[in-house]
Design a protein around this ligand. Structure first.
Ligand code: HEC
Length: 116
């Protein structure tokens, strides 16, 4: 009997560990982030790891690495439509991100910042 309980405990521990690892990685919903970016036409100018007219998003992640305010800054960038400079030197208002739920915008920003 005692022996069986030990086995059961080990089994439960394994399950909880798996669960916690899973939730830690599930913070960013990659599919939702990509779908939202696609809907908003972000990929016309940005690749996740390729420069287009705009910088690759993994470069933006690198630029903001260690910046505790990165999420807030990028949300502000995507809400304000401030002028940005293009490779050829011209400036134009940046695309404003449209979302139904502000959480979706946060998820997209977290996705961008998670890129390597
Ligand atoms: C018409 C082209 C274009 C589109 C469309 C576009 N961007 Fe950009 N984006 C740029 C350029 C150009 C820059 C700025 C380059 C610079 O100033 O260094 C930029 C900068 C950024 C930055 C970095 C801001 C910073 O503080 O460094 C993020 C994040 C970003 N874009 C996300 C998005 C998202 C999300 C979308 C879709 C809603 C989007 N962009 C749509 C061209 C575009």
């Amino acid at each position: 009997m005692k022996h069986n309980n030990l086995k059961l405990n080990t089994f439960l521990l394994a399950i909880t560990t798996t669960f916690f690892c899973f939730t830690a990685h599930a913070e960013v919903d990659v599919d939702a982030a990509k779908a939202l970016a696609k809907e908003n036409g972000c990929f016309r100018c940005h690749g996740t790891d390729k420069d287009k007219d705009g910088p690759a998003w993994n470069k933006i992640a690198a630029k903001y690495a260690g910046d505790a305010k990165a999420q807030a800054k990028l949300l502000e960038h995507l809400a304000s439509g401030k002028n940005v400079k293009f490779e050829d030197g011209h400036e134009e208002a940046h695309k404003i991100l449209k979302t139904e739920d502000p959480k979706d915008g946060q998820n997209l920003v977290d996705f961008i910042l998670s890129l390597k």
